[in-house]
Design a protein around this ligand. Sequence first.
Ligand code: SF4
Length: 505
Amino acid sequence: MQDLNQIVNGQKLFQKPEYQEVLKGKKEFEGMPSCDKISEVSDWTKSWDYREKNLAREGITINPAKACQPLGAVYAALGFANTMPYVHGSHGCTAYFRTYFTRHFKEPTPVVSDSMTEDAAVFGGLKNMVDGLQNCLEMYKPEMIAVSTTCMAEVIGDDLQAFIGNAREAGAIPEDFAVPYAHTPSFVGSHITGYENMMFSMITQMGVAGEKTDRINLLPGFETYIGSIREVKKMAEMFGPIVTLGDVSEQWDMPAGNYQMFAGGTTVADLKDSINSKGTISLQKYASKKIMKTLKNKYKQETHVSNPIGLKGTDEFVMGLSKLTGKAVPAELTVARGRLVDAMQDSYPYMHDKKFAIWGDPDFLLGMVSFLIEMGAEPTHVLCHNAPDGWEAEMRALLDTCPAKDACHVWAGKDLWHMRSFLFTEPVDFMIGNSYGKELERDTGTPLIRIGFPIFDRHHMHRYSIHGYEGGINLLSWIVNKVLDKLDDETKQTAKTDYFFDLVR
Ligand code: SF4
């Protein structure tokens, strides 16, 4: 039990005799097998035999490397000023979205829900929607409410357009109040699909046709590195006026003592005008296909897609900006590029030939794998749980540019329990991925470099950029310093391996 005069955290508390006694009793109650049996099964799960069975698994996902659609829709909504994300469906799902983001950003995340329960699941959620919209408007006074759905609302077939229309007729919200909406059924796609669905709805439902402008839309995508958003905005603004479609960099980075329900974000006026921009640059191809197609075909915009992670990707972004705006590359960017190239040259000897396992979202992986190949590393296992159509072939083509291509595998639609089998049967030197790789690190002993989303168990990573030339240096620092940590660890044994325990690396 806790001693009121000396409160301790769980780490120390659960070592106390009374808790150890409970743990022992629990093991007996659950009929825990002997330690030998556990070791035997554990060893088998590391074998090729188990890997084949694991790969044949169909009915269950274990340790997924993706989240569900409405989570992405909530992210998209929070990129706009004074906008409340509104989830039509279960309250529990909404609490999950809030905590997921809050654990990653260490900041509060405003999202409301109309909390459908059993009666709404049987009779439909119209009443919840009417009351919910009215309450949301009266309590939080947003300028816009962006509505998405959970599985429950989708399974029973609630119609958002009709429901929002009914809420207007009932006087719950004014006739002209902005309520963009997107159906986000979680049994299809992932958070990336939900992000695109909501962003598409916001642009197309809110856009107001007018005179063409000289502005360029910048579409960062589902980007959870605050520093990345600031970095790409800074780079794009060097070429002229831009509209960032979805900017969460202030919402999830508020100074202490200055909390507001809504902070920063793209203004609703800019959102409405975005369809009149001269062109759009998307930084995540697989989070924007539908959007880019519509902007090009319906709104006659020039479009460009690049993935500014690493040197090649950032070069393509810069050249895309130059082409769309007709402006030369500023000297500042040429200097920044030179610095990244210099840093890459310094680190190349340590990253060359190192084998990596990596997982994450489709565009993140394309950028990161390209960068690993630039650094002479071998992306041995590349796993994308939420791989969309066309991604696997594109990744394969990228891996085929790696000299070690025959040892590089693409795993589309697989989860992190599959990754565990790959790591035991075809080991690598390092893993790159989100916090869910923590268990893999413990199980396999493979060092984890935390890059991706979510990162719950380390602080401040999201404040950095992984995009642009400066982002490239950050990535390099995280990766190569982990390589050097491991090298020190392997060479520190006195009189055995310390002939290479050098001060200078
Ligand atoms: S998958 Fe469905 S039930 Fe689960 S959190 Fe997402 S919306 Fe809710």
